[in-house]
Design a protein around this ligand. Structure first.
Ligand code: PMP
Length: 388
């Protein structure tokens, strides 16, 4: 018999662990391939074509301060935020980037003072997204320097704090934690979409980062955008983009515009399958099944999330984060990443997020096949309390 309730997706049973037993399932990256099933169903709705004489110029012909931003993309970004009500767009400048990863760098550049002898401290509360320390220090800039956990940051003076909400890796809704008034905040809202969490109010922060990667799953297009209140900050971010890549691929921008258009259409046209309803029900199903396995083997603990009213779904929803933040119940020195690796599940250690060895982050965004094998393998791990 099957322990796990199966709904729309096939159940994990030993018979359909079709991968070679020796193949490790890679759930280290948050590669959003689970959305392929939706986009396959959309058929040719998202097709766009380019002629040989299209998009030769470096310049976009919009009127945006961000001179390489395609006006079609700008329009669809604004439209989608208005449909979902997850961010205010009126009176904001939009800066487009090659993923929000590039915009993280642009924002660090734009918010760092240039008249200081010391680089500005960059912090985020643990567990923080593992890219922040890497991005901050990679080129050893004289402008900014990683200073670790925001909760233990005590230096007086200037700092930049990354506030990730919902947070990567643990899915928790966050506010700034440093208690200073000399901080500049970068809100990373990559996961503030209805399939992951309740949309409780439209965000209206000074610098907000979004990405198509986690919204629609088109990570390969490498399109992110920043909503920026202050004109000078937006100008500096645009300058950063100009120096690093002289703009962002127009093909990628126009494809992203089309994808966002179809997502908004799907929310407004009752004849279409609503993208967020579809992805939310997939996530809900995956989380239910994961919780059942975790409860059954009594060896791990998962983060709990509160019920909150969502403006978009007009209902109370629990969070279904893009990552599971799993804690080994075992001994303190238990290396959870290593343990799962021995069971052919590749995850990212809590260490990488400034947390400890007992934690791991597991992507919930893989294809069905890999997710099912993951559950199957997790089910096979027996904790000490199970007597094995
Ligand atoms: N911010 C957060 C919190 C993320 O998890 C990610 C992707 N893992 C990014 C930013 C960057 O995404 P991208 O560069 O694909 O837009």
């Amino acid at each position: 018999g099957c322990l796990i309730k199966c709904s729309s997706v096939s159940c994990a049973t030993p018979e359909n662990d079709t991968k070679e037993p020796s193949t490790t399932i890679n759930l280290d990256h948050g590669d959003p391939t689970m959305y392929e099933s939706y986009w396959r169903k959309m058929g040719n709705k998202c097709d766009i074509t380019f002629n040989g004489d299209d998009s030769l110029s470096y310049f976009a012909n919009g009127k945006s301060l961000c001179w390489f931003l395609e006006s079609k993309l700008e329009e669809q970004i604004k439209r989608l935020h208005n449909v979902v009500e997850n961010a205010i767009v009126d009176d904001y400048y939009i800066v487009v980037g090659t993923g929000s990863s590039q915009l993280m760098q642009a924002a660090l550049y734009a918010l760092s003072p240039t008249d200081q002898l010391e680089p500005i401290s960059v912090v985020s509360a643990t567990p923080f997204y593992s890219s922040y320390p890497e991005v901050t220090d990679f080129v050893k800039s004289g402008l900014h320097k990683w200073a670790g956990d925001a909760r233990t940051f005590e230096k007086n003076g200037l700092y930049i704090e990354f506030v990730t909400s919902p947070n990567n890796p643990d899915g928790v809704i966050r506010e700034p934690v440093v208690n200073g008034n000399q901080g500049k905040l970068i809100y990373d809202l990559a996961y503030y979409w209805p399939q992951y969490t309740a949309i409780t109010s439209p965000a209206n922060r000074d610098v907000m980062l979004f990405t198509i990667s986690k919204c629609t799953g088109h990570a390969g297009s490498r399109i992110g955008w920043a909503l920026v209140k202050d004109k000078e900050v937006a100008r500096k971010m645009t300058k950063f983009m100009e120096i690093s890549t002289i703009g962002v691929s127009k093909e990628a921008q126009l494809r992203a515009a089309k994808i966002l258009e179809v997502v908004s259409d799907s929310c407004l046209d009752p004849k279409m399958e609503n993208f967020f309803e579809y992805s939310q029900s997939l996530m809900t199903d995956r989380w239910q099944r994961l919780r059942q396995v975790v409860m059954a083997n009594d060896f791990f603990v998962l983060q709990k999330y509160p019920l909150q009213y969502c403006l978009f779904t007009k209902d109370f929803c629990e969070s279904h984060p893009a990552f599971a933040w799993l804690i080994c119940k075992g001994r303190e020195e238990e290396d959870c990443q290593k343990l799962l690796k021995e069971h052919k599940i590749h995850t990212r250690s809590g260490r990488r997020f400034g947390s400890d060895l007992r934690n791991v982050r597991i992507s919930m965004l893989s294809r069905d096949e890999d997710f099912n094998i993951f559950l199957q393998r997790l089910m096979a791990i027996r904790g000490p309390t199970n007597g094995n």
